[in-house]
Design a protein around this ligand. Structure first.
Ligand code: GTP
Ligand code: MG
Length: 219
């Protein structure tokens, strides 16, 4: 089974949680420390080089960036909003910036919106999870969001290092991470499959019936 991305579009950026969509396709939010490779992962999933801009200056992405993706997997066509969240843990970020990040995430997960099917948290495979990675991971669990863990930049590791890194993350997170690389494309299919699982679980919940991935109504 292969995945075909039929449409990939940058929709818009939100600086203010009050303006976030109140309807439309289910959302999957990408979380990870600044510079970990979130935008690169969006591009790899979409199969586009420059859909999401890679930042030369870490911590530059301070908005919620919405991407619409339509894809076909397992004979079914689905759509979602992939939400590239601002990277946390940027050392130079002032306190006001961090408060804004918290407000954006809280707004995104506002139960009144009820659009977020789950979260993909991205970890740098070359380093152990840091305190703020684990804080974010636990926070997502507290929000009762289904989570997928991805370790990226695995093209930089030997097979041996990759296996060791994966067990270390599995122990720290309590969940086996997917192995990913934006450079060689490994893990792309596995991540699409895992995300499809999140979408299917979300849309099959009667509470979320209005957010069916097959709904082609414009947002
Ligand atoms: P912010 O938006 O600043 O939080 O960063 P980000 O998480 O979106 O990271 P981005 O995708 O901009 O990537 C940061 C740097 O890591 C860039 O120089 C990328 O080229 C590099 N990078 C991202 N993914 C990979 C990967 O899988 N392998 C390698 N070798 N480099 C990567
Ligand atoms: Mg980015």
């Amino acid at each position: 089974m292969t995945v075909t991305v039929q449409r990939a579009e940058f929709i818009t950026s939100y600086a203010d949680p009050a303006g976030l969509p109140r309807g439309g396709p289910a959302e999957i939010v990408l979380v990870g420390r600044s510079n970990v490779g979130k935008s690169s992962l969006v591009n790899t999933l979409a199969g586009r080089r420059n859909l999401a801009r890679k930042s030369a200056t870490p911590g530059k992405t301070r908005l919620l960036n919405y991407y619409l993706l339509e894809f076909r997997l397992g004979g079914r066509r689905r759509r979602l909003h992939l939400v590239d969240a601002p990277g946390y843990g940027y050392a130079k970020a002032p306190r006001s910036e961090r408060r804004r990040f918290d407000a954006l995430m809280t707004g995104l997960l506002d139960p009144q919106r009820d659009l977020v099917a789950g979260a993909v948290q991205i970890f740098d495979s070359r380093h152990p999870a840091r305190d703020n990675d684990l804080e974010a991971w636990d926070w997502l669990a507290e929000q009762e969001l289904p989570r997928i863990a991805v370790m990226t930049k695995t093209d930089k590791l030997s097979n041996n290092q990759r296996a060791r890194s994966r067990s270390a993350f599995a122990r720290a997170l309590g969940l086996e991470p997917l192995i990913f690389s934006a450079v060689d494309g490994s893990g792309r299919h596995e991540l699409w499959t895992a995300m499809t699982g999140l979408l299917d679980a979300f849309t099959s919940d009667p509470d979320n019936a209005a957010n069916d991935g097959d709904d082609h109504a414009e947002t």
